[in-house]
Design a protein around this ligand. Structure first.
Ligand SMILES: *[C@@H]1O[C@H](CO)[C@@H](O)[C@H](O)[C@H]1NC(C)=O
Ligand SMILES: *[C@@H]1O[C@H](CO)[C@@H](O)[C@H](O)[C@H]1NC(C)=O
Ligand SMILES: *[C@@H]1O[C@H](CO)[C@@H](O)[C@H](O)[C@H]1NC(C)=O
Length: 972
């Protein structure tokens, strides 16, 4: 008995001991597990693991929660900069783990089906990471209540079957993943506890099943940015708890379903960008709406008047439909209204006056309708307004003075109405205003000098009005001003000299006014002026020689009263009609004008011009003579650049001497080594920097072997050819804001120096691919694409004959200090080729591996279309951030093959967009990629022209005319 008792007690004790030690062992195991998780993620830039030391109690580690038995039940490590691949083998050893929260990190690599071993999980968040491969099947995780895997790089097919038994699921968030296309997964229709379903942008196609109506608990249903077709199912009207319904950017057709109006809790409804039709009468009872967006559809009919009573409505965007009638008078007057965009419909009547009643309205956009009446005076006090666009309507009367001075308005666009009266001096308060667009109205009066206090102005368009009086002399204070359109008014007086201080200006149009006096010489100092139209005025005096230093794509001084000599450097083909209708002008170069020298009774002015010309000529002679006798100096090659006579051909006004250039051609100044020659940076004494390209024509001395080896494209050519000279002449006459300026060439028997403007920011290649890499945001990349396209367009279409580049590539697109692109090395391949024609055995390849059009393989004939192909490759670089040839593309494959291989689904297309481009801009990037695909068509004839490419790119711009899409954020 006693023995038995003792035995029993011992047994109890032993059991207790056993139990305690096994619990202890389990805890020790879990500690080891956590430490191995830490070490797997050791590359993360985070402090969260600082407390994860074996000396600390495991349950006190940051991000860790234990249950009462000291078993880990929660890992909360979202937004911790975690990087590395996810150590599921360790994590799923934590048998009690219920919550695994790893969202918003930088985890990468595959998520394996080891995940299935985390059998206790109820909350799983892997969203907003950089995983690859497909999401694993997880049939064992049927206890899940929350599943987030949105925006995490998963592709392939999602294991929809695994959802079948997850009947407790409340949140399912899988959107923004490049899955393969899939019909709406029927497994979801059984998850009747779902409150939150986020399936936007994950390649769902086909119809939304009517059974969606079974998910009666749903508060949020997001199916935007998919390939959904058919009608919105009637079943949707059973979702009485719905608070947000997002269906935008699909291919939905038909009318809004009957019963939609019974979703009485609905606050956010967006069905924009579909093909929906019918009227909006279902919306009339959605009285809780905060945001209603149905833009870009085919809705017609009137806006239900009840909308004027919606007390929560703050966002209202219905642009690009066929809606008509009037907007409700009280629209937006109840709450902190934010924006309206009713543009591009057929609305009539007045602008609702009270949308800014609470002083919160940001944007009022109603352009291109038939609104009438005055601009309501209430908006003159709407200090919150940033954009005020009412252009292309039938508005009349005077603009309330306060509108001009709205302190936060960035854009005032009231063009193409019947508005009248003056711009008042209130404009001086418009400190944020960057665009003031008033064209085609009936405005009168003088321009207030206070306009110069609106110092953020970039674009002023007052054209086609009846403004009178002088252009204010204060205009020069507008340092940001880029475009000044004053044409077709009744302005008189002088063009203010101060205009020459508007350093940012590129376009000036003052045509069709009554301006008098001389053209201010100061205009010649505007560094970026590209377009100058002063035609049809009463300007007199001579054309200032300073205009020669501009690189203008348009110069129009016609129909004035100008006299004297047309400056030599402006007498080029591109400006042929620029001077017509000025009977007092003369020229020795342009036949239409009478020659200057033969004219009897030369005016004082002409004599001055002649004198300057002579002096210039003598100076050049002296300089040339100077070189002939100057002694040789050693260069890096041990050969003097000055031993030959150098023939200087200036094409722009030069502010340097050849000595300065020649002295700088030495090793330490090399900034680039190209196929056609080295490039040197030359810093002049006056601070100006130049880039000088040195091209050798000859290898007739043994000394130059070294040079030959670095310039394999060059072959013998004893004497420099006349074609070379002609070609250089053509290239140097090219003036365009997106083309690098060629200042002059300096040639000798053996080599040539081409003097270009220097671009401090290097090339696009440097910025995208090298250690000088910059985080170029999408807007910058897009601007570079458009600018480079315009430069090429000018080369192809803007000159006497097309200039084919033959070597378009990102390293030939240079960037100025504002990262604006300029095309470099244009036409050079031709020159080099021309020079070596006689050596027919040398096959010269124009172009660079990865950029060469396929037709080059079977014909040496290149034309503009070959440039198009190369440009398409550059666009692909911009969109993907990849080089044209990378090993990841596979053997013998280049970027074009790689991109074409990814075109099978929207998901995989999105996946090749540079990951540094934010999600919201990826669609914009895809638009540019589409253009790149057209450019790289195999058959040259199928590629568009550069002109078309420019148009397409402009249409693909991120700032569409009226588009506002309020942030659609998949991060829930
Ligand atoms: C993540 O990294 C960024 C940039 O280094 C840093 O600013 C931030 O504080 C880090 N966050 C955490 C939670 O460590
Ligand atoms: C769901 O549960 C049923 C019944 O237990 C079972 O037959 C089926 O295989 C389960 N489905 C999955 C995907 O595990
Ligand atoms: C404006 O009204 C005119 C005349 O009725 C009509 O021709 C035009 O299409 C209307 N434009 C818009 C945008 O409604």
């Amino acid at each position: 008995m006693l023995v038995a008792t003792i035995f029993r007690r011992n047994l109890q004790f032993l059991c207790l001991l056993f139990f305690l030690s096994s619990a202890g062992a389990a805890a020790a195991n879990e500690l080891q597990t956590l430490l191995s998780i830490k070490s797997a993620l050791h590359e993360s830039n985070t402090k969260v693991f600082d407390s994860w030391e074996s000396t600390n109690p495991m349950c006190n580690f940051s991000g860790i929660t234990c249950d009462s038995n000291n078993a880990v039940i929660e890992i909360e490590l979202s937004r911790q900069n975690l990087t590395g691949s996810i150590p599921l083998d360790s994590i799923c050893r934590l048998k009690s783990l219920e919550t695994l929260s790893l969202g918003f990190n930088f985890l990468f690599g595959p998520v394996t089906d080891e995940l299935n071993m985390c059998v206790s999980l109820r909350y799983l968040d892997l969203g907003n990471n950089f995983f690859s491969g497909s999401f694993p099947a997880i049939p064992l995780l049927s206890g899940l209540i929350y599943l987030h895997a949105n925006r995490s790089g998963f592709s392939g097919t999602f294991p929809w079957d695994s959802l079948e038994n997850m009947t407790n699921l409340i949140v399912l968030s899988l959107g923004d993943n490049p899955f393969d296309r899939t019909p709406f997964p029927s497994a979801i229709l059984k998850l009747t506890k779902l409150k939150w379903l986020y399936l936007s942008n994950c390649s769902i196609e086909g119809k939304i099943p009517d059974g969606i109506g079974n998910l009666v608990e749903l508060m949020n249903l997001e199916l935007a940015q998919n390939y959904i077709t058919g009608e919105i199912p009637v079943g949707i009207s059973r979702l009485r708890n719905l608070w947000q319904l997002e269906l935008y950017q699909n291919e939905l057709i038909g009318k809004l379903p009957t019963g939609l109006g019974s979703l009485s809790s609905l606050e956010y409804f967006d069905a924009s960008n579909n093909h929906l039709t019918g009227n909006l009468s279902e919306v009339r009872s959605l009285r809780q709406l905060v945001s209603l967006q149905v833009f870009k559809n085919e809705f017609y009919g009137e806006i239900p008047p009840e909308l004027g009573e919606f007390e929560k409505l703050v966002n209202f965007s219905i642009y690009k439909n066929r809606l008509s009638g009037e907007l409700p008078e009280k629209l937006g007057s109840w709450s902190a209204f934010h924006f309206i965009d009713a543009s591009e419909n057929y609305f009539t009547g007045r602008i609702p006056p009270d949308m800014c009643k609470k002083g919160t309205m940001k944007k009022l956009l109603i352009l291109q309708n038939n609104f009438t009446g005055q601009i309501p005076a209430t908006y003159a006090n709407c200090k919150s307004l940033t954009r005020f666009r009412v252009s292309k309507n039938l508005l009349s009367g005077e603009v309330p003075g306060g509108i001009w001075g709205l302190p936060n308005a960035e854009l005032i666009d009231i063009a193409e109405n019947n508005l009248e009266g003056p711009i008042t001096s209130d404009i001086g308060n418009a400190k944020s205003l960057s665009s003031l667009l008033l064209a085609k109205n009936r405005f009168t009066g003088e321009l207030p000098s206070d306009i110069s206090k609106a110092s953020a102005l970039v674009s002023i368009d007052l054209s086609y009005n009846q403004f009178t009086g002088n252009i204010p002399t204060t205009i020069g204070e507008l340092k940001q001003l880029n475009s000044l359109q004053l044409q077709a008014n009744k302005l008189s007086g002088l063009i203010p000299d101060s205009l020459g201080s508007c350093d940012s200006i590129t376009d000036i149009n003052m045509a069709h006014n009554f301006l008098t006096g001389q053209i201010p010489a100061s205009l010649g100092s505007l560094p970026t002026l590209n377009y100058l139209n002063l035609s049809w005025n009463e300007l007199s005096g001579s054309i200032p020689g300073s205009l020669s230093s501009l690189s203008l794509s348009l110069l129009d001084l016609s129909s004035n009263q100008l006299i004297g000599r047309i400056p030599e450097s402006l007498s080029i083909e591109a400006y042929n009609d620029s001077f017509a209708g000025n009977n007092g002008l003369c020229s020795d170069k342009i036949r239409k004008f009478h020659p200057c020298l033969s004219e009897a009774g030369t005016s004082r002015h002409l004599r001055t011009v002649l004198f300057c010309f002579m002096v210039g000529f003598i100076v050049i002679l002296l300089i040339a003579g100077f070189f002939c006798i100057k002694k040789m100096r050693k260069t890096e090659h041990g050969v003097s650049l000055k031993e030959d006579s150098w023939n200087v051909k200036p094409y722009h006004v030069l502010s340097f001497t050849e000595d300065e250039i020649l002295d700088s051609i030495k090793q330490e100044n090399i900034i680039g080594k190209g196929g056609s020659g080295h490039v040197y940076r030359v810093a002049l004494e006056n601070g100006i920097e130049l880039a000088v390209k040195h091209i050798w024509h000859s290898n007739n001395t043994g000394n130059w072997k070294k040079i030959r080896s670095t310039t394999p494209m060059l072959a013998n050519c004893g004497i420099r050819s006349r074609e070379f000279e002609a070609e250089i002449q053509t290239l140097s006459s090219i003036r365009h804001i997106n083309v690098v300026k060629l200042y002059c060439s300096i040639t000798s028997e053996d080599s040539s120096l081409l003097v270009y403007e220097y671009m401090p920011n290097g090339s696009l290649w440097d910025r995208l691919h090298t250690c000088r890499k910059l985080a170029l945001d999408w807007d910058t990349r897009y601007e570079i694409a458009v600018g480079a396209a315009k430069g090429l367009e000018y080369l192809h279409h803007g000159c006497d004959r097309p200039v084919i580049h033959r070597d378009v590539k990102s390293s030939n697109i240079l960037l100025d200090e504002d990262l604006k692109p300029r095309i470099a090395d244009f036409g050079l391949a031709k020159i080099v080729q021309e020079n070596s024609k006689k050596e027919s055995s040398t096959q010269i390849i124009a172009g660079t591996h990865g950029y060469i059009a396929p037709e080059y393989g079977y014909t040496n004939k290149v034309n503009e279309k070959s440039d198009l192909y190369s440009f398409g490759v550059v666009l692909m670089e911009l969109v993907t951030g990849k080089r044209p040839v990378e090993s990841e593309f596979g053997e013998n494959k280049d970027i074009v093959d790689w991109v074409y291989g990814k075109l099978k689904s929207k998901g995989s297309v999105l996946s090749i967009v540079d990951s540094s481009i934010p999600q919201v801009q990826k669609e914009d990037a895809i638009k540019v990629l589409k253009i790149a695909i057209l450019c790289t068509a195999r058959v040259p004839a199928l590629r568009p022209s550069m002109r078309t490419v420019v148009q397409m790119l402009e249409e693909a711009g991120p700032c569409q005319l009226v588009g506002i899409i309020v942030g659609k954020d998949g991060q829930k």
